[in-house]
Design a protein around this ligand. Structure first.
Ligand code: KIV
Length: 272
């Protein structure tokens, strides 16, 4: 609660302070109604660039634009009152260098009201993260499987197996040293995720990582069973809303064809 008694939104510093505490709950959202639903239970709501695949039918996140992120960020902000809103920087909006990243991060925050940005990359992004955080932009980092890099990673593979663990560990250390307030660990072996969680001073948010992380994130449409094109191993479906929606649409179509909808209660008479 704020001094005025109003509920206020969680801040990046409060998320940072949850290191080693009660696990942080994070889901994505891309629209106002879903933002309202997840705000009730989540500490962090991520306007992920997964929006491109989940809502726009793109084959990867590479085609997501700043304009898409601004539009979905504004919609999500209207539905939040307590969770920290973090917004993804889309592919091509930050990799050129710190100045480009600052310009686009500042635009995302100013135009959507997000409390932080997320960007993908480890050691290679450390200078950019340092530049942003020194200029009042809280940054959530993202290492391990970074979907914007599928063309160089060679697909959506587990990262950090065997000798490669050193690379992912070094990435996580570098982004924490650079000032990130939290780091997403995507698709890394559980033992490595536990080691990173023990070694870095900021919360780790796992997705396909380990129950030992400081928090968890899932794509909301995955866990609700609304996105059914494919199901990564790390997704647990907590509902099958896609099936329920399909059945509802079929029932509607059948009633329209049989002239059972609209019924007497859905139409208007002459007198009010
Ligand atoms: O874009 C996204 O939704 C993400 C999460 C899966 C971490 O980056």
């Amino acid at each position: 609660m704020s001094a005025s008694g109003q509920q206020r939104q969680m801040t990046a510093s409060e998320v940072r302070a949850r290191k080693g505490g009660t696990p942080l709950v994070c889901l994505t959202a891309y629209t106002t109604p879903v933002a309202r639903l997840v705000d009730a239970e989540c500490d962090i709501v991520l306007v992920g660039d997964s929006v491109g695949m989940v809502l726009h039918g793109l084959p990867s996140t590479l085609g997501v634009t700043m304009e898409m992120m601004v539009l979905h960020g504004q919609a999500v902000a209207r539905g939040l009152s307590r969770a920290l809103m973090v917004i993804d920087m889309p592919f091509g909006s930050y990799e050129e260098g710190p100045e480009q990243a600052f310009r686009n991060a500042a635009r995302l925050m100013a135009e959507t009201g997000a409390g932080a940005v997320k960007l993908e990359g480890g050691i290679a992004m450390a200078d950019t993260i340092r530049f942003l955080t020194a200029r009042s932009i809280p940054v959530m980092a993202h290492v391990g499987l970074t979907p914007q890099a599928i063309n160089t990673l060679g697909g959506y593979k587990v990262q950090g197996r065997g000798e490669d663990a050193h690379r992912v560990l070094a990435d996580a250390r570098a982004v924490a040293d650079a000032g990130a307030f939290a780091v997403v660990l995507e698709k890394v072996p559980a033992a490595l995720a536990d080691r990173i969680t023990a070694e870095v001073p900021v919360p780790t948010i796992g997705i396909g990582a380990s129950a030992g992380c400081d928090g968890q994130v899932l794509v909301v449409d995955d866990m609700l069973g609304l996105f059914t094109d494919f199901k990564p191993k790390f997704v647990r479906r907590y509902a099958e809303l896609g099936h329920a929606a399909g059945a509802a649409i079929a029932a509607y179509a059948e009633e329209v064809r049989a002239r059972r909808f609209p019924g007497p209660g859905h139409v208007f008479g002459e007198a009010p």
